[in-house]
Design a protein around this ligand. Structure first.
Ligand code: CO
Length: 460
């Protein structure tokens, strides 16, 4: 029996606890040590890190990746990719998705964990295909949620489809931390019985389930679990690496972790955590356990967004009513998993329904696109009355939305002009136009301090 570990401190723990605000300079000194710990992989890029680098940290995300690779040449670097949404919130054309994958691999990524919020696998197939072509590891992802249509059979079907797509492993992604230990056991077992690929479990400690869920998932045959070095673990982050290493060791599992090195890593991050607590960037609230997500079946991040929205509208007294409305809206929309961008769409619509005192008196623009089929196929059918209200006599779109998009790379390249110094810049611009442009301008003003690019040649 063997278990392997993916360290998340540089990406998900960073994103979940301190809104992805850790600059490269803060963790640079510990990278070589991380390389000696014996991790299966280090999740260090993608997700919100890209946006945050450009928007808040004045860092070039591609340069960050290359510098990480330099210090961690023998460790598998992992990123999170939102399928056809790349690292943003809308669907991008295929040529941009392919180039993004090419350059991610070319700049140092070994494993791409690729997901679609609706588990509509048509939205990840181009990214998976390109990952394979570039010789990297494609980890096909299943977003976990609960609903009458999310049965074990449904998840087994998804696993089978991923296997036929040619993925190298399957990740079960519980972004909300609502998966209980028994659910994890049953699900991992069902997937293991269906496909012969390595299974990875990703969860969060938000509701307190984290370590129990990892334990039962590994008992059921999960090969890899995601954990965060202890001082950046718990709360909305992952379960603690050290604790789980010790626990699995006691239970007789083999692993390749050097616990002395983990201690060095944790000792390095401890003062950083203290600093973020003192700065107010790390709120004690996110380190606690919040079981409300289990009561309401609403992810923790979504709960705080709803509270903020209602506070803005001076309507905090409507909180309970909105929470009651969320499951109703989710049902009408065909039970989408509550992950970005669906969690925001469902939350805003539920709030609107309650504040206007009438269901769907006003329907958000994104919800309308969703009902039109532009995000993909919902897990279950959309409520017919709602569909009729949005579409009238029109039929919903049932194709793959990216097929309707013209190629975008050359257009983006022409638009940004010589502010872009390489293809990676064009991709940054395509992903986050306004923010990237501002970043390039700033970089130009500081020309003398700016490290010049090595353009990585990729053979097509
Ligand atoms: Co996560």
């Amino acid at each position: 029996m063997k278990v392997q570990f993916t360290e998340t401190v540089l990406r998900d723990a960073n994103q979940s606890l301190i809104a992805t605000r850790m600059p490269f300079s803060a963790f640079e000194p510990i990278l070589e040590t991380i390389g000696r710990a014996g991790y299966y992989s280090v999740e260090c890029w993608g997700g919100a890190t890209f946006d945050s680098c450009l928007r808040y940290l004045n860092e070039d995300p591609w340069v960050r990746l290359r510098k990480i690779k330099e210090k961690l040449p023998h460790t598998k670097l992992q990123m999170l990719l939102r399928g056809q949404n790349i690292l943003g919130y809308k669907h991008y054309p295929d040529d941009i998705v392919r180039k993004f994958v090419q350059y991610s691999v070319g700049n140092g990524i070994d494993i791409l964990r690729i997901f679609d919020a609706l588990n509509d696998l048509r939205n990840i197939e181009v990214a998976v295909d390109e990952t394979k072509k570039r010789g990297a590891h494609a980890s096909g992802t299943i977003c976990y949620t609960t609903s009458p249509v999310h049965t074990l059979e449904k998840y087994q079907q998804l696993a089978k489809q991923l296997e036929s797509m040619g993925v190298d492993s399957i990740c079960v992604k519980d972004m909300a931390g609502i998966m209980g230990p028994q659910e994890a056991y049953d699900l991992v077992k069902a997937i293991k019985e269906t496909v012969s690929l390595p299974v990875i479990l990703h969860t969060h400690c938000t509701t307190g389930f984290g370590p129990l869920t990892c334990l039962k998932a590994v008992e059921a045959g999960a090969d890899v679990i995601d954990t965060a070095i202890s001082c950046f673990s718990g709360g909305t982050s992952q379960p603690p690496t050290e604790t789980l290493v010790y626990a699995f060791e006691q239970l007789g599992y083999e692993h390749s972790i050097d616990t002395k090195v983990l201690k060095e890593i944790n000792d390095f991050f401890k003062p950083l955590k203290e600093k973020y607590l003192a700065d107010g960037l790390l709120l004690p609230k996110v380190l606690g356990t919040d079981t409300d997500a289990l009561t309401y079946q609403v992810p923790g991040g979504m709960l705080s967004n709803l509270l903020a929205q209602l506070k803005n509208q001076n309507a905090l007294d409507k909180f309970e009513a909105v929470l009651q409305e969320v499951p109703a809206v989710r049902k009408d929309l065909g039970y989408p998993p509550l992950v970005t961008p669906m969690s925001q769409m469902v939350g805003v619509q539920a709030t609107t329904n309650v504040l206007l005192g009438e269901r769907y008196k006003s329907i958000g623009k994104e919800v309308q696109s969703y009902v039109r089929g532009e995000y993909g196929t919902p897990p279950a059918s959309i409520d017919p009355a709602l569909q009729k209200q949005v579409l009238g006599e029109e039929q919903p779109f049932t194709g793959r939305f990216a097929d309707t998009l013209p190629d975008g790379f050359e257009t983006a390249k022409a638009e940004i002009g010589d502010l872009a110094e390489c293809d990676e810049d064009v991709l940054s611009y395509a992903a986050f136009p306004a923010i990237a442009e501002k970043f390039f301008q700033h970089r130009r003003e500081q020309e003398n301090n700016c490290a010049h690019y090595t353009i990585i040649e990729l053979d097509d």
